[in-house]
Design a protein around this ligand. Sequence first.
Ligand SMILES: Cc1ncc(COP(=O)(O)O)c(C=O)c1O
Length: 374
Amino acid sequence: MGPGPSDVAPSVLKAMAQPLLGHLDPVFVKMMEEIKAMLRAVMLTKNDMTFPISGTGSAGMEFCCVNLIEPGDEVIIGVNGVFGTRMVDVAERCGAKVTKVEAPWGRIIEPSQIADALKKVSKPKFVAIVHAETSTGALTPVEEISKLAHSAGALMVLDTVTSLGGCPVRLDDWGIDAVYSGTQKCLSCPPGLSPVSLSPRALEAATNRKSKVQSWYLDVNLLASYWGQDRVYHHTAPISMNYALHEALRLVLVEGLENRWRRHEQNHLALKRGLAAMGLALTSQEGHQLWQLNPVGVPEGVDEVTVRKALLTDHNIEVGAGLGPLKGKIWRIGLMGETSKKENVRTVLDALGEILNAAGRKTDTEAAVSAVGA
Ligand SMILES: Cc1ncc(COP(=O)(O)O)c(C=O)c1O
């Protein structure tokens, strides 16, 4: 129940144990096409260039930056947690001049802040936002920001590592040009692949560059010949990981996107009710709270680390710690993908209540668990 990896369905683990096929085997090639089609369905896009990068979510972040940025390009990046901070570092390594738009950790990036930044940047190549900031639990709405970016002639880049599969992500409706995600959060697949998608406009920017893409491994122009119809060897695809993603995406679509989003929302609300009954509260911005990552404020006088360790060693429950300015101040409870279950919500509330009471506090654990509801 941490910030990922989330629990994985037995059929996904079983898929990983299947015998290997070659990366150019016709059966594997058919599977690649199915993965691309299922990713389009999950991302709600018609983008042809939609496929999984070999590597974790950070590889997807690098993929978007290396393909879109040429040295000297100006970009605008929203920074309201760890992952916006990381993207600034990645973009600078690609030679970008980065304008940071910052918000306190736990709050969203406001469209007015992006509008102000766009007035100061003469030729922005892209505006990038971390949709779901896993380090803080804030979900930044991107539709309006995307319109602002486009009217300034910029591309819109979105990090959906934690949002995809757990809450609405509508690439085409929102006009997202470049997106990356991860497998180990709400898609409930082991870590190792990063689904990405480029709009025709973003692809054009990547193919009409003046300079070569800095990374050979992540160059979309080369990857396109393996993931596209040519099937030219580029690198050996991680076969078993692709089996797992194929099965995980199938499960997402069998459940149905809307149903899956609703399940995440309901379990988040149940946790929130239970926490309130114990006198605990979420620290992310009201109205913009992530369903899949719940940052719980550590009460005064309670040692964050001691409680987190007791959860792990005495109750077998992993939750995340606060990072950066939130270190020692929050616990991060993940309700992602397979982990997002009512019984998990009850179990974590029960365990948390027991630990807090053993430390001398008076929390009404029974009330918390019954607030979860049926
Ligand atoms: C929002 C966000 N972006 C990027 C990443 C980086 O992904 P990975 O750790 O899979 O490389 C993470 C990982 O937690 C994340 O939560």
